[in-house]
Design a protein around this ligand. Sequence first.
Ligand SMILES: [Zn+2]
Length: 234
Amino acid sequence: MANFSTHFSVAAGVALMGSTTYFSIHAVTAEEAAILCVAGTLGGILPDVDSDYSRPLQIVFTGLYMVFVFSLLRGLPRLSILDTWLMLGGLYVLFRHALLPAFRKWTVHRGIFHSILAALFFGLLASSLLFWLYGFEPGFSWLTGVFVFVGYIAHLLLDEFYSVDFDNKRLKSSWGTAFKLANAGNWRNTFLFLLGTVCAYQLTPPAHDLSEFVLNKKHYEAMWQKFLPEYLPF
Ligand SMILES: [Zn+2]
C-alpha cells in the first residue's frame, strides 16, 4: 500500500492542478481555489483514518476537535478566557479518551472507508457542509464536494496500484481491498454508509447548480481554449 507521504503528495498535486485550472478560467477566486486545493488533499488522505495509529486519523481528529471548538465558541461569545481554556481541556479529554478509542474500535483498515460508497458519502457531505454551515454558493459547494470525491478516488486507486508486485509479476493479497463499491464483508457498516450518503445527498445544494457550475459546458470550452500558451504558433 502507498504510504502517507505518497498519498499526500499525489492528492495535493491533483488538487493543485484542478484548482489552478478553475482559477485560470476565472470560475473561482484565488481564495476559493485554495479551499478546493485543501478539499482535494483532504480527500486524498481521508480513507486511511481507518488505520488505528495513522497520521490521517490524528489530522482528521485534531481538525474535528478544532472545528467543534470554534463552532461552540460562535454560540458563546461572552465566555471568559479561563472558561474557554477549561472547555478546551474538557473537549480534549472527550475526543482523545472517548471518541477516538471508540472510532478505532469501530473501524477496520481497508474496510468500508476504502470504498467508492465512502468517497461518495464524503464528497456529498463536504458539499452539504460548505453550503449549509459556511454559506458558500451552491455551485462552489458542489465543486468542493467533487474535489473531495476525486481526491478520495485517487487514494483508492493508488492503494490498488501499490498492490501490484511488478518485480514478481503478481498481485499482493491487498489487491481489491481498496477500490471496491462497498464492504461486502460487513453489511451493517455498508448500510450505515448508504444511509449517511442518502442523508448527505438530501442536504446538498439543488442538483440544478451541479449542472450549472460543475458540468457547465462553457467551463470546459474555456479550459480547452486556454490550455496552450498564446505564444505558440498554433
Ligand atoms: Zn489507504
